[in-house]
Design a protein around this ligand. Structure first.
Ligand SMILES: *Cc1c(COP(=O)(O)O)cnc(C)c1O
Length: 445
């Protein structure tokens, strides 16, 4: 299997290059050259398949035959060592819990899979690999946990000072060893811009083996397709049609869902749920794609003004023509499969309370935005089963959730232990050059 750039479909690279480069030089995003539907036999067998067997077969379909069965199984089984259970709220509403991994957020799937795939390709390489990541909250924690103590790999995480929760910050800054946290005086978009600048800096890349771990890395999207299959398996492929409601920021999760559908999974509809950073819902209604600086909200892992996976979504519909323009019919074609809703913090807070009162379920603010969007969509589509992706455990946003609910909530042991660990972070202004110098001083050869 080869991968092309969304900005130039004739530019082809190997799996290994797509994963280590992260971002093509033309600023596009890598996509697999083919996403062929899985065979009918796969869907017949689906009810009997384990989560990791699903992962193995889906990865085989997306990567082709370049990694042998034994190694590929080791990668998938090492990465996916926790479940993704579907919990029923009522007759037509379900929650897919994606927070059973080490950092209690769905990003564990991508980070653990990517670290193992990179580890596989990194065997026998002479120089260390430097993973550079910008995080608005959960990416960093998942990447830190996923790559911790991986031989030959150093991880540098940029996060916006004061804009991630106290626990998220602890997840980034307390591991030590090969995990380095840079605390940036700026926004998530500043962090993301600095990371992009580093990747496009040819002299820097001559001296450092750099790679990314953001949702721009194609290897993160692959395991995020697995749980759409796993959810459909648990719900039963027969029965009412199924829609997925995806709380979204950079739209990696939603893009993975579109890929799962292209692999043949019968998904009737997608619902993009955002907070007030609503560039995609606005595009879906107006046809105008209008990026904005991000606004801080309660669901801070979705505070993204310029969603990085948008180019992939458009590309999946065959509407990015290599000139970085969006064809006129894109938003109408997308509307057939995707609806968008956005909600403010006040409405989100009442949804957290409503989900507790009506269903006895504690939902986090990101999932609550999803709940609102699904509820709105189901008003006109009552016969479709809806699955909300619960992207993080509510205890990751403990102060907010406890304030909203007015009582203490359960905190899993692995998160509670973090509170006593000491933060270690390097403070930086939001500008590229000092960070480049630090990278060269710390890792340059
Ligand atoms: C990252 C994140 C999101 C947004 O996911 P995207 O794939 O960037 O759209 C939503 N919720 C939580 C809790 C997250 O950490």
């Amino acid at each position: 299997m080869q991968f092309y750039s969304t900005n130039d479909v004739t530019h082809r690279v190997s799996v290994e290059e797509a994963i280590f480069r992260g971002l093509p030089a033309d600023k596009g995003l890598y996509m697999p050259e083919r996403i062929d539907p899985l065979p009918a036999s796969f869907f017949r067998e689906l009810p009997e398949l384990s989560f990791t067997e699903i992962g193995f077969r889906v990865t085989r379909q997306l990567l082709g035959d370049e990694i042998n069965d034994t190694d590929l199984r080791t990668i998938v089984e090492g990465a996916i060592n926790f479940p993704a259970p579907v919990v029923q709220l009522d007759e037509q509403k379900y929650v897919l819990e994606l927070f059973h991994g080490p950092s209690l957020a769905f990003k564990d799937f991508g980070a653990r899979f990517m670290s193992r795939l990179m580890g596989y390709y990194n065997r026998g390489k002479e120089h260390e690999l430097i993973i550079l990541v910008a995080t608005s909250g959960d990416t960093g924690g998942a990447v830190a946990a996923g790559f911790y103590d991986t031989p030959g790999i150093q991880v540098v995480i940029l996060y916006p000072s004061g804009k991630v929760s106290a626990l998220q910050e602890k997840q980034l800054t307390t591991l030590g060893k090969n995990i380095h946290a840079l605390e940036i005086d700026g926004t998530f978009d500043d962090c993301q811009a600095i990371v992009k600048q580093a990747f496009l800096d040819a002299p820097l890349r001559e001296r450092l083996r750099l790679s990314s771990a953001n949702s721009i890395n194609i290897s993160r999207l692959i395991p995020q397709t697995f749980y759409y299959f796993e959810a459909v398996k648990q719900l039963g492929i027969a029965g009412d049609p199924i829609a997925f409601c995806v709380p979204s920021g950079n739209f990696g999760n939603l893009t993975a869902g579109l890929i799962a559908r292209q692999l043949g999974l019968p998904i009737h509809h997608f619902i993009a749920a955002t907070n007030q950073n609503d560039v995609v819902p606005r595009f879906l209604t107006s046809g105008t794609y209008d990026v904005k600086p991000s606004i801080p909200t309660l669901s801070n892992a979705m505070d993204v003004g310029a969603p990085s996976n948008f180019a992939r979504m458009v590309n999946l519909f065959g509407h990015l023509d290599g000139k970085q323009t969006i064809a006129a019919n894109t938003h109408t074609d997308l509307q057939d499969i995707l609806s968008g809703y956005s909600f403010d913090d006040q409405t989100t807070e009442s949804a957290v309370r409503e989900v507790e009162q009506q269903y006895g379920y504690t939902i986090d603010p990101h999932g609550a935005v999803g709940y609102l969007a699904l509820d709105a969509w189901q008003n006109t589509h009552p016969a479709t089963r809806g699955v909300i992706l619960e992207t993080a455990h509510p205890s990751k946003f403990k102060p907010d959730v406890e304030r909203i609910l007015g009582h203490p909530i359960h905190v899993p042991q692995r998160l509670a232990e973090l509170a006593d660990k000491e933060k270690v972070a390097h403070p930086f202004a939001a500008s590229y050059l000092p960070i480049k110098e630090w990278l060269l001083a710390t890792f340059g050869v």
